[in-house]
Design a protein around this ligand. Structure first.
Ligand code: IPM
Ligand code: MG
Length: 371
């Protein structure tokens, strides 16, 4: 089969890791007889430098016409001036919003081989396997008013947390659908003791839950969730939560996996899914990126861990292309290189030898076997 993919490597280590993701897709193409056409474009700081904006209209339009989007990372000190009219992150927020990528899937699992690269006691971590679903196009990130102004008594600023029934229902539905395919446990995370949006969220989650009698729904306050993620991470199966809570909780959850360099993500949506309804059996439009940032201090040094991006390619094949065997083959290959002891810098122990981005990419490619 033939697929067209948009490639937005972005800044910092984005290009380093995306190159390895693409190499892996090409390897899958050879083995399984698929053809991938890659359409490259700029996003983030490099786009600001070239075009004055963090993403151009043309790039958004191009991405919309592909099967899926591959993204690296955006940002860096060069574009960090708080007074700058535009920031690299604006490109990411715009593409999420314009492509209606409302459901951000961030799976967090621990690999037995990496248990001691985390600061948490290994016996708490063995067997952690959760999926955090973060609402991605609403809430505090996008609500209006959002502005800053001067008053006689000093400066003032406002951000707005707003959610509509439709926005809540569609992402919570994705939560139930995913839980149904996993261990049938959904934790809806909110701050219903304080926030009105959270009380609406909780009400809607409970209503939708009636259609999923096979899934056990429980509600958890976000502060409690932050604590339980560390205290009892194995207890979680699927978590669904609003944008800002999801942003914070997923960085926290990343610590469980040992390194941000291990965690992939999928942002699903597109016009069809955004209207609501089930995702069952559908080829979904999505954007796939590692959850880590642009790490400018190691950019271009062949030092970044490409595994999060490579695992994101597995998610791309599974959700947007419905190439399940191929996705499994990539995940198995990653598992096997870890078992064989290959480590990039971020997951190596002090004094232990480690390999570069390219070498890790190549090792994974060589480990991919056709099932
Ligand atoms: C993330 C990042 C982004 C976010 C930034 C870069 C805008 O932290 O994807 O988690 O806050 O959503
Ligand atoms: Mg974040």
């Amino acid at each position: 089969m033939k697929f067209t993919l948009a490639v937005l490597p972005g800044d910092g280590i984005g290009p380093d890791v995306v190159a390895e993701g693409i190499n892996v897709l090409n390897r899958i193409g050879e083995l399984y007889g698929h053809q991938f056409e890659f359409k490259h474009a700029l996003i983030g700081g490099c786009s600001i430098d070239a075009h004055g904006v963090a993403i151009t209209d043309e790039t958004v339009a191009m991405a919309k016409k592909t099967h899926a989007v591959i993204l690296g990372a955006v940002g860096g000190p060069k574009w960090d001036d708080p007074k700058a009219p535009t920031r690299p992150e604006d490109g990411l927020l715009r593409i999420r919003k314009d492509l209606q990528l409302f459901a951000n899937l961030r799976p967090v699992k621990t690999y037995p081989q990496l248990l001691d690269s985390t600061p948490i006691k290994p016996d708490l971590l063995n067997g952690v396997d959760m999926l955090v679903i973060r609402e991605l196009t609403g809430g505090l990130y996008f609500g209006k008013p959002k502005k800053r102004w001067d008053t006689p008594r000093g400066r003032k600023a406002v951000d707005t947390m707003a959610y509509s029934e439709k926005e809540i229902a569609r992402v919570v539905t994705v939560g139930f659908e995913m839980a149904r395919r996993r261990r049938q446990k959904l934790t809806s995370v909110d701050k219903a003791n304080v926030l009105t949006t959270s009380r609406l969220w909780r009400e809607i989650a409970t209503e939708i839950g009636k259609n999923y009698p096979d899934v056990k729904l429980n509600h958890m306050l976000v502060d409690t969730c932050a604590m339980n993620l560390i205290r009892n991470p194995r207890d979680f199966d699927v978590i669904v939560t609003e944008n800002t809570f999801g942003d914070i909780l997923t960085d926290e959850a990343a610590v469980l996996a040992g390194s941000m360099g291990m965690l992939p993500s999928a942002s699903l949506g597109g016009p069809k899914l955004a209207k609501g309804g089930t995702m069952e059996g559908k080829k979904l439009f999505g954007l796939y990126e590692p959850i880590h940032g642009s790490a400018p201090d190691i950019a271009g040094q062949n030092k970044a861990n490409p595994l999060a991006t490579i695992l994101s390619m597995a998610m791309l094949m599974r959700y947007s292309l419905r190439l399940h065997k191929e996705a499994d083959a990539v995940e198995k290959a990653v598992q096997s290189v870890l078992e064989a002891g290959h480590r990039t810098f971020d997951i190596s122990k002090p004094g232990e030898p480690w390999v570069g981005t390219k070498e890790m990419g190549q090792t994974v490619r060589e480990a991919i076997q056709k099932a």
